[in-house]
Design a protein around this ligand. Sequence first.
Ligand code: C2O
Ligand code: CU
Ligand code: CU
Length: 395
Amino acid sequence: WVAHPGDTITVNFTNKLGEPTNLHTHGLHVSPAGNSDNVFIEVQDGETVQYRYVLGADHPTGVYWYHPHHHGMAADQVFGGLYGALIVEEPTPLAVNSERVLVISDITLQSNGSVAAMTDMNKLMGREGALMLLNGQVSPNYESASGAIERWRIVNACTSRYLSLSIPGGSAQILGMDSGQFTPPAPLSSITLAPGNRADLLVTIGTTPATLAYTTVPHRDMKGMGATATNYTDYPLATFTPHGTAAPVALGAIARHPGPNLRNVTVTAKRSFKLAMPAGMGGMGGLNGQFTINGVPFEMNTVNTTVSLGTVEEWTIMNTTTMDHPFHLHVWPMQVLTSGTTSFEGVHYRDVVNVPANSQAIVRVHFNEFPGQAVYHCHILDHEDLGMMGIIEAK
Ligand code: C2O
Ligand code: CU
Ligand code: CU
């Protein structure tokens, strides 16, 4: 989908899955109520629901995405292939040689072509598919031109996999991550996208083929722990081969809007959120409800956090487990202050923030508008389905 600030997006959504589902617009700063970005809507098999998303005139431009968000089924439905990119474009897009949307995912297929079922161990560690896909294909080839300046909008739609990405054969600048924009755009050698993160890149192609290359992130991709045991080093997710020479383009000034700096404002509340998971496979009851935030699993109709509209809060997200968890908040972007030992100078907004193992992340959030109930959760979607999610109400 391509939209612009100030647009209204109307979606006629029909469920033919044979099981309940729904739709979430990941990262959009829109109302969580009614038929907007309301993940409490349940669309039954055979039903049609009309969603309507109203983007403010000041909605941040950037790379977003959409996917199902039915509690208990999100991981299976996303793993099976239900997701897409959503671009909120600048009124005057950059004059590049080409624009590409590159959606990265993984999946495991059985020999009959159906999606493989996951074991409890896969869910515990975060499932990883045996196939890496880019726009639904294995290692596709794209045509480019030498000297081409391209805009790559990349989505990490993997259910659990962290992606370390680099571009051998090309050079890149980063324009933004999630709804956050970089001023000025920074040169980039590699970038790590947690599940759910997006990146907006300007890439210059050289005279030889360039690749978008994926490398396993140690300790985040839980290899050998029940997930797929393949380690990747510079695996070519896609190859971009120059044919001829690119027409010269004049990029002009790149307008970037990093968003308000909440670093020195007075916060109304400081809260902490403690992420926890079972150390092993759990007992007779299985894993369901064993993943928690502040000691409790997600429960429909239980509001865990109430915030006041118009206020700024500081949240410390604590991870007492031995694996990283990507923490995601709907509707309101988080300004990241720290993640583990990394402290973020300047203004960096994200909607998925990595919380490293046995460490924490600190963010600030301005609940500037939109009364209603939304959620925050781990974006390893199996963890979300198993309880690592809470309800936030803004009023
Ligand atoms: Cu991308 Cu609550 O999800
Ligand atoms: Cu989301
Ligand atoms: Cu998690």
